[in-house]
Design a protein around this ligand. Structure first.
Ligand code: C6P
Length: 417
């Protein structure tokens, strides 16, 4: 795992210095949200101590400074995803809001009765429920592509669903449960051949893999700052050049208008048309520090580090008795969210026991109930890795799991007697 200087990175994360339950904190719930480096925390404090002002309104010095800093982050976001034009980047609250924005502002105008939206069974609820609401409003139909037993998306099933009535194909780039990275470019070509647009839920890919929206070929790309070292409360929606201009606003109010008259209003230029009201200025600016941090590390190095630790995790978990991994084994087609079940132990119990060793993992349905049903499990455990996790973290997890298995095997043997 020589791709990143992990010891140095760990030093940047104040939260990792603490003990939890008397043990060194091992934070392996990065798919839920990542920790924040000192640089991001400092950016927040510095903004409030030196700059705080509302943006795009005042012409006083602080207002101009805040506006410049906020707008500069739009450019950093564009660079992170390989977008040519920062005006195609809209700030939202999170991935969920970005997808809802598309469902309302694009969906209401472009999806009608009997039209179809194609999703997959590995979607997060954020990429299901907004489309269910749209389908209910419009009388549209949702179709779900299957997931193969090996945790990859069944492309044949997807191909069979995409047709003349398809208006949108909306898929996750990297599954938050299986870790699977979907072949988005291939899916986009398939959808475009039928005249459908493509939304990619990049909540789990934007933090972990080098991105280029042109190469992905999608029309919309959505993600959250808090899963990539940034603060909570900031999301991104990117749209292909020209697309936002064709869409109606999502929310109405200040900031998003050009002229307001009693009989109606005209809209501000994009992206401001989609940023109604005072935005989350401080957190967007601190997100800029997170993007700087990742740029300095290099996303190629981030990806290589995660491939190495994920491969080691899969190997170590496979060797534990009674552990089943859900998702592909090949780290070339997957990221670092590793879900697993332990025979005879409820995921919540596993999580509670490893927590007593200072290890934070997630247990539950991971907001992916359709996938849980497809996997035939009510819930899973999930360890998810990031730039500050190392071999020692992995060994602590494995040791804690070994103890959990021992406790439960011992207990059930006692009960049987
Ligand atoms: N997944 C997890 O623990 P928000 O909450 O809007 O920032 O992100 C939603 C979201 C959308 N798509 C995918 C693929 C995601 O993983 C998430 C968030 C977290 O897996 C919280 S449920």
């Amino acid at each position: 795992m020589a791709h990143l200087d992990v010891a140095r990175i760990q030093h940047d994360f104040p939260i990792l210095k603490q003990e939890v339950n008397g043990r060194r904190l091992v934070y392996l719930d990065n798919a839920a949200t990542t920790q924040k480096p000192r640089q991001v925390i400092d950016a927040l404090v510095q903004y409030y101590e030196t700059t705080n002002a509302n943006i795009h309104r005042g012409i006083h010095t602080l207002a101009v400074r805040a506006t410049d800093q906020y707008e500069a982050v739009r450019g950093k976001v564009a660079a992170h995803i390989g977008a040519a034009n920062s005006a195609d980047v809209v700030f939202t609250r999170n991935t969920t809001e970005s997808i809802n924005l598309v469902a309302r502002a694009w969906g209401d105008a472009n999806v009608g009765e009997g039209d179809e939206i194609v999703l997959s069974l590995m979607e997060h609820h954020s990429n299901i429920v907004p489309w269910q609401l749209l389908a209910r409003r419009k009388g549209a139909v949702l179709r779900y592509a299957d997931v193969r037993d090996d945790g990859t998306l069944d492309l044949d099933s997807l191909r069979a669903l995409v047709g003349r009535r398809t208006r949108l194909v909306s898929v996750v780039h990297m599954s938050n449960v299986l870790g699977t990275i979907n072949p988005v470019a291939e899916i986009a070509a398939m959808a475009h051949a039928q005249g459908a647009l493509v939304l990619v839920d990049g909540a789990q890919s934007a933090p972990h893999v080098p991105l280029d929206v042109d190469t992905l070929g999608c029309d919309f790309f959505a993600f959250s700052a808090h899963k990539m070292l940034g603060p909570t409360g900031v999301g991104v929606l990117w749209a292909k050049p020209g697309l936002l201009e064709t869409m109606d606003p999502f929310l109405g109010g200040g900031e998003m208008i050009s002229v307001v008259k009693p009989e109606g209003s005209t809209w501000a230029q994009v992206p401001h048309k989609f940023e109604a009201g005072t935005p989350n200025i401080a957190d967007v600016i601190a997100f800029g520090a997170a993007l700087d941090y990742l740029r300095h590390l290099g996303m190629e190095a981030v990806r290589e580090h995660e491939k190495a630790i994920t491969a080691a995790a899969i190997e170590a978990l496979t060797r534990l008795p009674g552990v089943t991994i859900h998702g592909p084994r090949n780290v070339g087609i997957r990221g670092g969210a590793v879900s697993f079940s332990v025979d005879g132990i409820h995921p919540h119990d596993v999580s509670t026991i490893v927590d007593s060793y200072g290890v934070a993992i997630r247990a539950g349905h991971h907001c992916a109930q359709l996938l849980m049903r497809r996997l035939g499990v009510p819930a899973t455990n999930r360890a998810s890795f990031y730039i500050y996790n190392d071999e020692r973290d992995l060994q602590t997890l494995i040791e804690a799991l070994r103890q959990a298995i021992k406790v439960f095997t011992h207990d059930s043997a006692r009960t049987a007697v």
